[in-house]
Design a protein around this ligand. Structure first.
Ligand code: 13P
Ligand code: SF4
Length: 358
């Protein structure tokens, strides 16, 4: 068994244990929510801070980001927005790699997160020592990693990609005759490989949310809604991707839904996306792709346990006390900045970064 096959098994138990320890967020009634929202709005002004949220966080936080001149988007545009925005404090609502990316790009800014415990199974499943050893086994390959990784893994990479730019970047590398070590998401890696035919060796990490989408149940759902278009995030299993009418990043899925002529959309990604999808395509029927099989009581439980750790309460407290500040080792930051800037420059030149400038 190769190193790449062994590591995720060893880490699976660790990832499950971390998920088991995720504390449920306290429930807020409408009056409490209004109170927190008002206090956060006042603090954002007082502290010259801007909110940057991922589509998977709570609807209330997404709405607050929009209402206060902040931004809600995919991981690529979040990074670009934070780097370009004039505020000296960025409040990143998402998971830790998103806060770290903001800090790598803007070391002079204070980057605050509602919680520093919001992990990502892709990041957890790709420890630097094992991944670096895997890269060393393929010295004639360049290293391309997904943005959902630690600063150290980014620093080890030649290129960083997100799901919105992975295909054109790999096509470009192929045209230069490059062979690729890919990490960490095995499904995204396989998808890129199938689309481009690039010579790639794949690390075997996975997203605990997207890995759960069930092909059989999706097929059943498609027979019930034959007119539906199926939109899939590429962290999903290969069989689910094969059923898709469209595959892309969270932001690209929203754009595809908006363009779609079909009144019904089946969507295989975290259901946090439905808030913005509904804004973009208000007259469409949105159906979550199934994660549960026949006996499951929850048919679609696609929600990231770490994104769910961002709440109005911890957002308010972190901003009030300036806690949960992201710190990044300067040597690592400078190394990670090189492939990150490559990605941003490429994306700008190819029109992939269409928003996010402030
Ligand atoms: P996007 O880059 O599509 O926002 O994806 C980030 C992520 O973590 C998806 O699970
Ligand atoms: Fe990571 Fe998956 Fe959560 Fe995205 S949804 S942050 S890939 S665990």
């Amino acid at each position: 068994m190769s190193l790449a096959e062994k590591v995720p098994q060893a880490l699976q138990a660790k990832i499950e244990k971390i998920i088991d320890n995720v504390k449920p967020s306290p429930w807020l009634n409408e009056t409490q929510k209004i109170d927190y929202i008002a206090k956060i709005k006042a603090l954002l002004v007082e502290k010259s801070a801007v909110l940057i949220a991922h589509y998977y966080v709570d609807d209330d936080i997404q709405a607050l980001a929009e209402a206060t001149g902040g931004y809600v988007s995919d991981s690529l545009d979040m990074a670009n927005f934070g780097a370009k925005h004039k505020a000296d404090k960025l409040v990143v609502c998402g998971v830790r790699f998103m806060g770290e990316t903001a800090k790598i790009l803007s070391p002079e800014k204070i980057v605050i997160m509602p919680t520093l415990e919001a992990e990502c199974s892709l990041d957890l499943g790709c420890p630097i020592d094992e991944f670096s050893a895997f890269c060393d086994q393929h010295p004639d390959h360049i290293v391309v990693v997904y943005a959902n990784t630690s600063v150290e893994v980014k620093a080890r990479a030649d290129w960083i990609v997100t799901s919105s730019n992975a295909i054109p970047i790999v096509e470009n590398l192929m045209a230069e005759g490059k062979k690729i070590v890919w990490g960490p998401d095995r499904h995204l890696g396989q998808y890129i490989n199938n689309k481009t035919g690039a010579e790639m060796v794949l690390w075997q990490g996975y997203c605990v949310v997207h890995d759960e989408f069930k092909l059989n149940e999706l097929e059943l759902l498609m027979t019930r809604y034959p007119e539906a278009e199926v939109l899939v995030h590429p962290e999903s299993p290969e069989g689910v991707i094969a059923k898709a009418d469209f595959v892309g990043s969270t932001k690209q899925i929203i754009a595809a839904g908006q363009r779609s002529e079909s009144e019904t959309l089946i969507i295989a990604t975290d259901h946090g996306l439905f808030y913005k999808m509904n804004q973009a395509a208000p007259n469409k029927r949105l159906i979550p792709a199934p994660t549960g099989d026949k006996s499951a009581t929850c048919k679609s439980c696609a929600h990231c346990p770490w994104m769910a750790m961002n709440t109005l309460i911890n957002l308010y407290e972190a901003l009030r006390d300036q806690t949960n500040v992201i710190e990044v080792d300067e040597v690592m930051r400078q190394r990670a900045l090189v492939p990150l800037n490559r990605m941003l420059t490429f994306s700008r030149a190819h029109g992939i970064l269409t928003a996010g400038d402030a």
